[in-house]
Ligand binder design. Structure first.
Ligand SMILES: Nc1ncnc2c1ncn2[C@@H]1O[C@H](COP(=O)(O)OP(=O)(O)O)[C@@H](O)[C@H]1O
Ligand SMILES: [Mg+2]
Length: 460
């Protein structure tokens, strides 16, 4: 499995994207503020020179206005950069006194303070300040307008300088943060690498819990792995146990076959040889049966709960009736009276082949162990929520203290002349578990024999 992505790269990516977005917004704001600041500063100078001009406006003897432009006032404007300065002075509406006649005049002014606006003059962006005053002769006052304008090169340069400085500061911050993230991710991931190394160095069959100290965020993962290893260990033990038992169970019939083959090879008569061949054949049948049961068990183990839940609804009565009928000849040979009780469909959710196998094992046990002349009944009992499959016999039964033990794999009763490997009841129980059903083993009616019941939930 290849890594889906790198934590380090992902963190860095999001850090850079978010700081870039925030940085852009901050720079836009800085730009706005820088323009405002430089305007405030330069506007003050612009208003100052308009005021200086206004102070030089006087009323001549003939009643017209005269102005003696104080060039120093304009000089202080141009000193900043290569900016060019323009001015005009106008008398009462309609009378132009001096300066650049094409220069725009601001219409809106408030009281005697200057008004400012951005405009264009001779194809260049300018800042205009207009000041309205009046000159007094003592008898009457004559209104006039002073307009001063300046190209905006110096202002733009100032704003740009502010912007570049902030951008540089921001770039340094982003770079610094990226380096910090890079280093801290490396440091933070170190325990994980150590953990990986510790697991990597283990023997394949070393399943003891991981004791490495890890960050608290990683502890749940370690706990999960640990509990998984515990389960794995017990599954492994069970498997070892199972294969040990299984090979032991198979070795017995194989030894018998071998012995019988040797016997028949040395047989003095045809009769003796036939006898040995018959015994060998029985041992083969036994081995076959064990193998079939082992395979069935493996199949049940492999079946997942999900598959079992997806099982379709089946009629247990019909299946039980069919399997019982199939067992009648065997029961007859063993001198057993096999009967069936149950009517009407009883639906459960299960896999029909496995249910057949389950019943074959239960009926097979009753036929094998109940003894000649016994009665065996296969029964379907229904109530509101459950459907119960019962196999009851009136044979010797199982002593109460052994009822638990016979459910275990490979455990058999001591009498058992019957062929088997002690896997029948465990198979029944595992099939039952697979379909959410429960196996109970109780003495039969009147305390005689055995009643094995499997209780299913009724399918809705
Ligand atoms: N109906 C029964 N009556 C008496 N004993 C039984 C009955 N069913 C099972 N047993 C006992 O339980 C043991 C385990 O049964 P099972 O798991 O089917 O394995 P196997 O039949 O291969 O021995 C049997 O060996 C037998 O001693
Ligand atoms: Mg059996």
């Amino acid at each position: 499995m290849t890594a889906a992505y790198s934590l380090r790269r992902r963190l860095l990516f999001w850090l850079l994207v978010s700081t870039a977005v925030i940085g852009m917004l901050a720079l836009a704001d800085t730009w706005r503020e820088a323009v405002q600041t430089s305007n405030i500063v330069s506007d003050r100078v612009l208003a100052g020179s308009a005021l200086a001009i206004a102070e030089r406006v006087v009323v001549a003897e003939d009643g017209t206005l005269e102005v003696d432009i104080p060039y120093v006032a304009l000089e202080m404007l141009t000193s900043a950069a290569q900016d060019r300065v323009f001015y005009r002075v106008d008398g009462p509406p309609g009378t132009f006194i001096t300066g650049y006649q094409a220069l725009p005049v601001l219409k809106e002014t408030q009281g005697d303070t200057a008004a400012f606006a951005d405009d264009v003059f001779r194809g260049e962006p300018i800042r205009v300040a207009t000041l309205r005053r009046s000159a007094s002769t003592g008898i009457r006052s004559v209104p006039f307008v002073v307009t001063v304008a300046e190209t905006t090169i110096a202002r733009r340069q100032l704003a740009q300088a502010i912007l570049v400085r902030s951008a540089l500061r921001l770039a340094f911050m982003i770079a610094g943060a990226a380096i910090i993230v890079w280093i801290s991710v490396t440091v933070a991931l170190r325990p994980l690498y150590k953990l990986g190394d510790a697991i990597g160095e283990r023997n394949p069959d070393d399943l003891h819990p991981i004791e490495q100290s890890v960050p608290s965020e990683v502890q749940p993962l370690v706990d999960t792995v640990n509990s998984f290893m515990v389960r794995l260990q017990s599954a492994l033990n069970a498997l070892r146990n199972f294969t040990g038992n299984a090979s032991h169970q198979l070795r017995t019939p194989l030894t018998i076959i071998r012995t019988q083959l040797a016997l028949s090879a040395r047989a003095g008569s045809l009769d003796e040889a036939q006898q040995a061949a018959l015994k060998g054949d029985q041992a083969v049948a036994h081995a076959e049966r064990i193998l079939a049961q082992l395979l069935l068990m493996a199949k049940i183990d492999a079946a997942t709960a999900k598959e079992a839940l997806a099982a379709s609804a089946i009629d247990l009565t019909a299946i039980a009736q069919e399997i019982t009928a199939e067992q009648i000849p065997r029961a007859g040979e063993a001198g057993i009276d096999l009967g069936f009780e149950g009517e009407g469909p009883a639906t459960i959710r299960a896999e029909p082949l496995l249910i057949g196998e389950m019943l074959r094992n239960l009926a097979g046990n009753a036929i094998a162990y109940a003894g000649k002349g016994a009665e065996v009944t296969v029964r379907i009992v229904e109530d509101a929520e459950t459907v119960r499959l019962e196999v009851e016999d009136n044979g010797p039964g199982i002593p109460p203290e052994k009822l638990e033990a016979v459910r275990k794999r490979f455990s058999r009763g001591n009498d058992s002349g019957a062929p088997g490997a002690g896997l029948g009841l465990p198979i029944v129980e595992e099939i039952a578990n697979l379909f959410n059903a429960r196996l109970t083993l109780l003495p039969g009616r009147g305390g005689r024999g055995l009643k094995a019941s499997v209780t299913f939930n009724r399918a809705t």
